[in-house]
Design a protein around this ligand. Structure first.
Ligand code: B4P
Length: 188
């Protein structure tokens, strides 16, 4: 089993690269952002609650997200592995993920981190906001808040995985194809 965390700031290309990686390596794509947006679209209580946070660029509370991920792992215990996209986003989530995977006997192999500067990220998100309908991509102040939340709450995970010898940085400023090739080198 291959379990990979795809890491990076908002708009770094986690979703974009995950789609390609799951196609090539036949892993399960576990994107907490996608799951939360699907819940919101269906108008479930969880989706309505999540929307309060997403629309402001804040993180959805850990207990909600951790519960969703546990369900998805338990539904796919015979999978070849998972690409965790956008999860974990806090050290609490990282510790919870380690515990869940410990029970399966298949810990995280690597954290692959897409490194992109904030000007480029802002450009990408605003561009996506023109067509995606995602409110969190349309307003520059919300985008800046997402970066702040990332730096304060998510970036500490870099040290968390470094301490386990699992952190690998990849230049995410390159073209989608070049970034994909670099990620594959870490997976092959
Ligand atoms: P997410 O859905 O995880 O997404 P993201 O950070 O916005 O973007 P991603 O990095 O996947 O970017 P993408 O490939 O699409 O999170 C959304 C929100 O959900 C969070 O803010 C939070 O509120 C909530 N949430 C999710 N998970 C959570 C958790 N675990 N805990 C708490 N809250 C959580 O790329 C962006 C754009 O760039 C695309 O348009 C793409 O085409 C373009 N692009 C990608 N790579 C490129 C490249 N190499 N060159 C040029 N353009 C590129």
């Amino acid at each position: 089993m291959k379990n990979i965390v795809l890491f990076g700031p908002p708009g770094a290309g986690k979703g974009t690269q995950s789609e390609r990686l799951i196609d090539k390596y036949k892993l399960i794509h576990l994107s907490t952002g996608d799951i939360l947006r699907a819940e919101r679209k269906e108008g479930t209580p969880l989706g309505q609650k999540a929307n309060e946070y997403i629309s402001k660029g804040e993180l959805v509370p850990d207990d909600i997200v951790i519960g969703m991920v546990a369900n998805k792992i338990n539904e796919n215990l015979d999978a070849k592995g998972f690409i965790f996209d956008g999860f974990p986003r806090t050290v609490t989530q990282g510790k919870a993920l380690d515990e869940m995977l410990h029970k399966t006997g298949h810990p995280i192999n690597k954290m692959l981190a897409l490194e992109v500067d904030e000007d480029e990220l802002t450009k990408r998100l605003l561009l996506r906001g023109e067509t995606s309908g995602r409110a969190d991509d349309q307003d520059e102040a919300t985008i800046r808040n997402r970066f702040k939340v990332y730096n304060d709450e998510t970036l500490p995970l870099k040290e968390f995985y470094k301490a386990q010898g699992k952190y690998y940085g990849v230049d995410g400023m390159n073209s989608i194809e070049m970034v994909f090739d670099d990620l594959c080198k870490h997976l092959d």
